[in-house]
Design a binder for this molecule. Structure first.
Ligand code: PLP
Length: 412
């Protein structure tokens, strides 16, 4: 056995990636599996972005770039933030990394000492928790309530902030719920944070372009400019431009923080991929019609998903306002399954639900416990509409079978 650091204790490969790998494995064996587990858009990167990458390759952009990103890309990011956030960031206030995930990792690695606390709401994007732990920090999880779409409230935040709090992570639109903070909710959270000068705010806005029903995301740095020196805005091209494999994310914040993040990056990846940076520059500076088209198409698929879920007794789903996930409650069906299998069987949980959904119906979803909220599962509806409709029919059959078996046992 290789030595295992204490830092790695209790950590494993992200359950989301594990479920995607399971689905891919079954597909390779010839099974028609429909995966609603992946956190990525189903479309291809737009052609003009690919063309920019090929141009960069031909022009010999094959060397290390500056540590914090090419000036062209950082200028494009500054211009993007000027438009979306009404904020002027200098180039030394911006860092480009291999995905938004690396930005978050850099920030927490650069700032957390053992025992420092990071506040976040559950259900949460799985990686937050494990990145905090890898960096020696302690995640302080505030469980959300379904009744308000699982959103972090100002009262819960105020009660959780303590001596050791270093960061609060905000994620709107949220993974896995699709919840979006409206302006009043965001303002209330920031009003709490204004009083705590030592607490920094990490605003993960990776799903910001995907907000539905005519709403727009409210960026904290735009809403309360006096807090801007303590806000790290994180974003990237992965989701909005269907570029998950290109690995480009960025962060904008105080120059001193960005410089510390650069130290971490200099000893890990050195810089993001040169070709991908050229592609990301084209994504941010080129036509934005593909982003609008994706938003409209995702909204249609969200509606299709909600209509289908509403027909399935035993499931509940708060209406997602953004991103491309539905976070579905299945507690009634789990109770029916517990009746059927006996109260001590211990198998009637959301992990069992997702495993059986894959085994019996060939549909991959991610258990809510992976997001710190058992009794739910996450569906990604960024899937071809025909596959999505088929997967939802299979889900209906699966749920009907559990309910029927539960009733049979109850009547027996
Ligand atoms: N933040 C959230 C909330 C995400 O869901 C994801 C990916 O699923 C990321 C960040 C990471 O994005 P990237 O691919 O740019 O690393």
């Amino acid at each position: 056995m290789p030595p295992r650091s204490r830092r790695l204790a209790g950590l494993g490969v992200s359950p989301i990636l594990q479920m995607a790998a399971k689905a891919a494995g079954q597909r390779e064996q010839g099974r028609r599996v429909i995966s609603l587990s992946a956190g990525e858009p189903d479309g291809d990167t737009p052609d003009h972005i690919k063309a920019a990458a090929m141009d960069a390759l031909r022009a010999g952009a094959t060397r290390y770039t500056p540590l914090t990103g090419t000036p062209e890309l950082r200028r494009a990011i500054a211009e993007t933030l000027r438009r979306s956030h009404d904020c002027d960031y200098r180039l030394d206030e911006i860092i480009v990394s291999a995905g938004a995930k690396q930005c978050i990792f850099n920030a927490l690695m650069a700032t957390l000492d053992p025992g420092d606390e990071v506040i976040l709401a559950a259900p949460y994007w799985t990686s937050y928790i494990d990145i905090v732990r890898l960096c020696g920090g302690v995640p302080v999880v505030l469980p959300g309530e379904e009744a308000n779409g699982f959103k972090l409230t100002a009262a819960a935040l105020a009660a959780a902030i303590g001596e050791r709090t270093r960061w609060v992570i905000l994620n709107s639109p949220a993974n896995p719920t699709g919840a979006v903070h409206d302006e009043a909710e965001c303002r209330a959270l920031l009003a709490v944070l204004r009083q705590h000068h030592r607490v920094w705010i990490l605003s993960d806005e990776i799903y910001a372009p995907m907000v539905f029903d005519g709403r727009t995301a409210v960026p904290p740095a735009a809403l309360m400019p006096e807090l801007r020196p303590r806000i790290l805005t994180v974003n990237g091209v992965s989701k909005a431009y269907a570029m998950t494999g290109w690995r480009i994310g960025y962060a904008a914040g105080a120059a001193a923080l960005i410089a510390m993040m650069a130290v971490v990056q200099s000893q890990s990846t050195s810089c993001a991929c040169s070709i991908s940076q050229a592609a990301a520059t084209a994504a941010l500076t080129g036509p934005q019609d593909t982003v609008a088209a994706m938003r409209a198409s995702l909204q249609q698929r969200r509606d299709l998903t909600l209509r289908a879920l509403a027909q399935i007794p035993g499931l509940r789903c708060p209406k997602p306002q953004g991103a491309f996930y539905a976070f579905v409650g299945c507690a009634d069906l789990l109770a029916a399954q517990a009746d059927r299998a006996g109260p001590d069987s211990g198998i009637a949980d959301d992990v069992w639900f997702c495993e059986q959904l894959l085994a019996q119906q060939g549909v991959a979803a991610v258990p809510g416990s992976a997001f710190g909220m058992p009794g739910y599962f996450r569906l990604s509806y960024a899937t071809a509409p025909a596959d999505l409709a088929e997967a939802l029919q299979r889900l209906e059959r699966f749920c009907a079978e559990i309910a029927r078996a539960g009733r049979r046992r109850a009547g027996a």
